[in-house]
Ligand binder design. Structure first.
Ligand SMILES: Nc1ncnc2c1ncn2[C@@H]1O[C@H](COP(=O)(O)OP(=O)(O)OP(=O)(O)O)[C@@H](O)[C@H]1O
Length: 280
């Protein structure tokens, strides 16, 4: 699905990716994790044929960036960007249909076929936003928009799905529903490979199979999720001691104090303790 070999990426004289090598196979669901500024979005931009490497090679679906028409390549890639730059008052259904033309707005004189419209509505139902299909984009919640963008990405039947921080701005319930939906997408599209960018291990769906940890443009660790998403690698990636636990397929990260110190009692607790002793 994806092969990145010895890739450097330089912008404005800054080395943003440094010797990155990585392969993604069919049906693999990767998590791409790292601290702010690690280069996650930059790497995702290469995977989505948005940018080209300065050095090294990137092959997407067997075709090498730089020697293939990127518009054709992009048709096989579903790219979910939560900052979707839509300006006109389209409905949710229309936004999903723009995935067929690879545009943000509806193309002039373009009409979906009845089969395409049916497919869009099926995906909207799969993403559990069916009742809102005819509603204006501007009236949708952030969670509904996130799901709509996943439906938009899936409508061209991509082989590779790229998700850039899809849980951004969601409350805890909406995040959980989105993660559940991603698991459903993977079970209904078993061959689909995906890469999900996040800072938070709690935002990884249970269907995650592999992980790549990035720090300052370099790969810290990559491989099967259960080997990579462990305290030692994650602590090294975030340059801070972090304890990782996994329960029922989900990960939790807890930052540890560098040096154990006595915790000051917060004012509210202090008052409660006084209240209890006053009462006795
Ligand atoms: N066009 C550019 N020119 C110079 N530096 C850039 C450019 N684009 C991004 N950067 C820098 O490259 C580094 C990596 O950016 P990138 O957005 O890929 O990181 P990220 O891991 O996705 O970060 P975040 O988690 O904060 O979104 C950052 O330090 C950023 O400031």
């Amino acid at each position: 699905m994806l092969s990145v070999k010895d890739v450097d990426f330089v912008r404005d004289g800054k080395l943003l990716l440094d010797g990155v090598s990585w392969t993604v196979g069919a049906a693999e669901r990767w998590a791409l994790l790292g601290p702010n500024g690690a280069g996650k979005s930059t790497l995702l931009g290469l995977c989505g044929a948005i940018t080209h490497p300065t050095r090294g090679t990137v092959e997407i679906l067997g075709r090498r960036l730089g020697s293939v028409d990127i518009r054709v390549l992009r048709e096989s890639i579903g790219h979910v960007n939560p900052r979707h730059p839509l300006r006109s008052p389209l409905t949710l259904l229309q936004v999903v249909l723009t995935g067929l033309t690879g545009t943000t707005e509806l193309m002039l004189r373009w009409q979906p076929t009845p089969a395409q419209r049916t497919r869009a509505l099926e995906l909207i139902d799969l993403l559990r936003i069916g009742p809102r299909a005819g509603d204006a984009w501007t009236t949708l919640s952030q969670g509904e928009r996130g799901r709509a963008l996943i439906a938009r990405a899936l409508i061209s039947d991509p082989a590779l799905l790229l998700l850039d921080e899809p849980s951004t701005g969601l409350d805890v319930a909406a995040r959980e529903q989105l993660l559940e939906t991603l698991d459903v997408v993977h079970s209904t599209h078993p061959e689909l490979a995906s890469v999900l960018v996040t800072h938070h291990l709690e935002e990884l769906p249970t269907s995650t199979t592999h992980a790549l940890l990035l720090r300052a443009g370099r790969v810290v660790a990559l491989g099967e999720a259960q080997d990579v998403l462990v305290s030692a690698w994650v602590s090294q990636t975030f340059a801070h001691p972090i304890a990782i636990t996994q329960e029922e397929g989900r990960w939790t990260a807890r930052a540890l104090n560098r040096r154990p110190t006595r915790q000051p009692i917060p004012p509210a607790t202090h008052r409660a303790v006084h209240g209890a002793s006053d009462a006795s």
